[in-house]
Design a protein around this ligand. Structure first.
Ligand SMILES: Nc1ncnc2c1ncn2[C@@H]1O[C@H](COP(=O)(O)OP(=O)(O)OP(=O)(O)O)[C@@H](O)[C@H]1O
Length: 298
């Protein structure tokens, strides 16, 4: 279990993380979200012991965690940092040995991972010869090769094409199934919705939404109503209970105050013509994020 207890980090007079408390159970996949500059990377660096805490405490299974316990942790930093001139094998084995792994075991694991990522031929290539997305796969391997108990992934899917996103998601999911505790940040809400059971949204260093995804959605209350019809829907914007409306080709998506409003809208629409689609949907994490963190993630 990862426990972040009343943690604050100040850089001079600027508070980057403000009295943050989080408990992440073993084996959980946890989404750590926030707008640019919210304090995510700073929190990750404190967990890793790369920077000191101003106040508070961070522990793993009730023991202090940090630089000395780095073999427990795997970290994929947001700014990728492999040595461009070094060959993939030399580099991964070197990094694995720094985390206490034996050379033979590291080589065996590397071959396995390269095969899983459909790039067995990269073993003896220099990093600079690989595309950016493929370098990222190698950096991911560097963060997991030593089988960490806690894996921290800062924007793991950025810069990857859709096929590689799926490949990486599958790998992350398998690690979770094997019992790895995974904390990841992403600006792509659909990835978080797909992978995480629990999450926290931080804003200016403090949590503003925290808990299990399904409960967060339920507590948000508002719903989305998807309508497709063969007539103009403009008037809906003015109906009571409609918070906002986004026009689509041949339809609209409405945010409504609660599900009862949908019945009134249906009654209003029925006499007007043919309705092709009328469906009540859960709010997306994107909707919740935009409202709570006040940032545009379109
Ligand atoms: N070494 C530093 N010195 C001074 N200020 C810093 C330092 N590192 C981070 N900050 C500040 O702390 C705040 C939080 O930054 P952080 O990098 O943790 O944000 P983030 O949530 O990871 O953002 P992003 O999504 O853009 O990566 C920002 O205001 C940033 O400018």
């Amino acid at each position: 279990m990862l426990k972040i207890d009343n943690v604050t980090k100040r850089f001079g007079s600027h508070t980057a993380v403000d009295n943050l408390s989080l408990t992440i159970p073993k084996g959980e996949m946890f989404g750590f979200l926030g707008a640019n500059g919210a304090g995510k990377t700073t929190t990750f660096r404190m967990i890793l012991g790369l920077i000191d805490l101003t106040e508070g405490n961070i522990s793993w299974n009730d023991e202090p965690i940090g630089y000395d316990t780095s073999s427990l942790i795997g970290y994929l930093p947001e700014e990728r940092g492999l040595y461009p001139k070094m060959k993939v094998k030399e580099q991964i084995v070197y990094l694995a040995r720094l985390r206490g792994m034996d050379k033979k075991e590291a080589e065996k694991e590397l071959i396995e991972w390269l095969r899983k990522f459909n790039v067995p031929e990269y073993e003896n290539k220099r990093v600079e010869e690989l595309s950016k997305g493929n370098q990222q796969k190698i950096q991911f391997i560097a963060s997991v090769i030593h089988k960490p108990q806690l894996l921290i992934l800062d924007e793991p899917f950025s810069g990857l094409d859709p096929v590689n996103v799926e490949l990486l998601k599958k790998a992350v999911y398998e690690l979770k199934e094997q019992g790895t505790t995974i904390v990841f940040s992403s600006h792509r809400m659909e990835h978080v919705e797909e992978l995480c059971e629990s999450l926290c949204i931080i804003h200016k260093g403090s949590p503003i939404v925290q808990g299990r995804l399904n409960e967060i959605k339920r507590d948000f209350g508002k719903k989305n109503l998807m309508i497709k019809a063969d007539f103009e829907l403009k008037e809906l914007e003015m109906l009571p209970g409609v918070i906002k409306m986004k026009k689509l080709i041949g339809g609209a998506i409405l945010q409504i105050e609660n599900e009862n409003v949908s019945q009134d809208i249906l009654d209003f629409l029925k006499p007007k013509g043919f309705i092709r689609q009328f469906s009540l949907e859960e709010p997306s994490l994107n909707d919740i994020f935009i409202e709570k963190a006040g940032a545009s993630y379109e």
